[in-house]
Design a protein around this ligand. Sequence first.
Ligand code: NAG
Ligand code: NAG
Ligand code: NAG
Ligand code: NAG
Ligand code: NAG
Ligand code: NAG
Ligand code: NAG
Ligand code: NAG
Length: 437
Amino acid sequence: MAEHLYRITVLISFIIAFVVVVTLPASIVAISDWDDVSGFESYDSDLLFRQDYSPPAPPPPPPHPPSASCQDDLGGVGSLDTTCKVVSSLNLTRNVYVAGKGNFYILPNVTVNCSFVVGCEFGVNVSGNFSLGENAQIVVGSFELVAMNAVFAEGSVVNTTGLAGDPPEQTSGTPQGVDGSGGGYGGRGAACVVDDKQDPDDVWGGDAYAWSSFLRPLNYGSRGGTTSKEVDYGGGGGGKIMVVVNATVEMNGRLLAVGGDGSPRGGGGSGGSIYINAYKMTGSGIISACGGNGFGGGGGGRIATDVFSRHEDPKIFVHGGNSLGCPSNAGAAGTFYDAVPRSLIVDNLNMSTDTDTLFMEFPYQPLLTSIFIRNCAKAAVPLLWSRVQVQGQISLLDGAILSFGLAHYSLSEFEVLAEELLMSNSIIKASYYFIQF
Ligand SMILES: *[C@@H]1O[C@H](CO)[C@@H](O)[C@H](O)[C@H]1NC(C)=O
Ligand SMILES: *[C@@H]1O[C@H](CO)[C@@H](O)[C@H](O)[C@H]1NC(C)=O
Ligand SMILES: *[C@@H]1O[C@H](CO)[C@@H](O)[C@H](O)[C@H]1NC(C)=O
Ligand SMILES: *[C@@H]1O[C@H](CO)[C@@H](O)[C@H](O)[C@H]1NC(C)=O
Ligand SMILES: *[C@@H]1O[C@H](CO)[C@@H](O)[C@H](O)[C@H]1NC(C)=O
Ligand SMILES: *[C@@H]1O[C@H](CO)[C@@H](O)[C@H](O)[C@H]1NC(C)=O
Ligand SMILES: *[C@@H]1O[C@H](CO)[C@@H](O)[C@H](O)[C@H]1NC(C)=O
Ligand SMILES: *[C@@H]1O[C@H](CO)[C@@H](O)[C@H](O)[C@H]1NC(C)=O
């Protein structure tokens, strides 16, 4: 075998299959500063695998428990086979599943609170309509809704902020040590403690995971790190919210799967997951799976919408959390996938960061139509998964950075395949070189 005959190849192969449109000062830089070839000797495939771990598809969920009863379990009025109304606030002390052929309404000002139980799940599957009244709240780790129509009235909120259950096994979304770094999921958490020898671009807190689920995210976010050996000051991960509605979602409230706050002595939790599938969505509410604020900000989570008729509202956010310990390095943006145009959007709301949102393997069938990296988001395509291919446009706008290769571990060539590359005040970096054998 010729395994010792390493052939060292230096390559930066942009496949020029796109038209470059530069509308503002922009630069494409290839930095040849590989001065630490010894890094190659410490190449460790286990480490790589762990860092970029995307868990396998989870097993099918266990069958649902029997439905709770409208009157006995929920203190409601009516029946789930006609119309059940929850008329007064209640504290749940276990997971609850509500199913029936009728409508399910949570009336205005009512709070359904299950934050007593870690990762508490509240499921609703009704053939009729669902509504969450004005200023009503659902406070849980996981909320899953299946209904014909759904209304989230003004002032209402489904709040899973900081209430995540466990993230998938083998992922490293919660940072090790006592640096108070942010948790990771859709984007990496920020790390504020960086020693002189390290490149800030090469340091992060909790890692990203579950890339393959960006099309239909279903994982919990992760806790932030702490600054103390004794007390865990990290913010909790964002929970998860799934809304599957046959017809219309009227979204005037808020769906929150935000990372919990860790400030000032712990890292922010990473944002969780939100998935919405409907024919139509209206309203001017807010849908957010942002990272939590903390000493190091949490990374954003993942949101996907598959809505045939969706307008610019409601507002959707997946940016990283603020880093109190290093304000110029917020948590990395998470991912927002819009299934109807097949667009991936990575947007950090102009919060500057050195921390990456990782891109792994892109789906081939069908290809994504476009990728937008914008408002100070920083995306990286690490080794092994080095091709970024879309059918239409890759847009880097307003302080975006797209970089290829990871320090010390780079091992691949990379390709950008698109019809058009649109850059405005943004950078593509190809910083490292790879060794092939
Ligand atoms: C729920 O629990 C909280 C805190 O323990 C308590 O203040 C509140 O009154 C309870 N609400 C109901 C409806 O029992
Ligand atoms: C909800 O509460 C607000 C303020 O406490 C009150 O003004 C309003 O009338 C209540 N709404 C309903 C429908 O009870
Ligand atoms: C839900 O219950 C928790 C635990 O008692 C309490 O801290 C929190 O304030 C409650 N949330 C709401 C919105 O009532
Ligand atoms: C909702 O209920 C229907 C019929 O009761 C069932 O077929 C479906 O699988 C359920 N959906 C989910 C997501 O549990
Ligand atoms: C559900 O809501 C839609 C739209 O508001 C309405 O037309 C329909 O009658 C409602 N269904 C039931 C069972 O109340
Ligand atoms: C959601 O929950 C978080 C954490 O408990 C809380 O800080 C926040 O105010 C809540 N948001 C809303 C809109 O209720
Ligand atoms: C879903 O809604 C459409 C109209 O929006 C209706 O034609 C269809 O029958 C509904 N499907 C189910 C399973 O109720
Ligand atoms: C981010 O900055 C850009 C350019 O400076 C500006 O056009 C855009 O409106 C800002 N976006 C937000 C969400 O603040």
